[in-house]
Design a protein around this ligand. Sequence first.
Ligand code: PLP
Length: 368
Amino acid sequence: MGTAASLYLDANATELPRPEAREAMLAAFDASGNPSSVHGMGRAARSLLEQARERIASLLGADVRRLIFTGGGTEANALALHALGAGRRLVIGCTEHESVRSAASDAMTIPVLSDGTIDLDALEAALRGEPPAMVALMLANNETGVLHPIAQAAALCRNYGALLHVDAVQAFGRIPVSIAELGADSLAVSGHKVGGPMGAGALLLATDRAPLPLIAGGGQESGWRGGSQALPAIAGFAAAAQVAYAVPNDLSPIRDWIARRAVEVGAVECGTGPRLPNTVCLALPGVAAQTQLIALDMKNIHVSAGAACSSGKVARSHVLEAMALGPLAGEAIRVSLPWSAQMEDAVRFVEAYVAVAKLAPVHLSGRF
Ligand code: PLP
């Protein structure tokens, strides 16, 4: 019996590459000039760079002059906290991505409700007081796909003179995202989460601000981020983002079907608030997440548990712990469908998952 082909269901770790991104990257690589050079090849590279900027800014309803290319989502979040947070109290959601948590390690954290969405009353309480705060909240959670009520949080921030940064890394390319409609002061996105390459991201600003870079270098990106721009990666990012919105694939029927079948065999769905269409987080009471991952991996099905971390280990999820899920926090896997997923992928996953569910102990005394 041959080995089954890989079934990749870990798009929130990184999306499957889109062919349009590869093409755009090769063309940009061949252009080969430095966008900062004044000669013809530099100007050709600059023109590709500015096309990419316009494409991404227009998808996000943003002013093209206020889009800063970065090396990815982590850097965009760090730059936002550095630039907008100066002289302010930092306030972040407790289920934020590690890139925000580590860039704001002394921040006050706001709890989430049991459905995974931010507790707006607790946010309002945190906004009172001096000096005014800078708040960082994610639009979509990477582990559960839960969407936070950003527009409501933005209205609260405005009332209390706070600035709001939105980490839209998981949402961009999967649902409509507009910095103006969200009411955010800044917004982070990342190329490899939309089917582009790793190594390119962007920070968008809602209003003009004096540059406060993390890396000053040669003054590129209007002084916001020194260093020659990663043109091929940026071109791939823009092409992937464009096709993600031009040819949308609604994955929610496939996701919902997986969730229903999994619940039938004993799984608990984590995060019941509004969610990204491609993500479901499933806990199997009594079966460690690592055991589930290994069992699925042996069938060449690739999902993840918690956030991908550089050590490759499965750490207990701070997101699920914050949702007061108790031991389930160590027993959940994330299925995140890539843009190209089909119903037959879901059928193959569910077949394997039903076998994994049989590993669950029959009696879980004292658990519920
Ligand atoms: N923010 C969220 C919500 C994420 O899920 C990730 C990556 O997983 C990041 C930020 C970091 O993005 P990048 O991998 O581009 O640095």
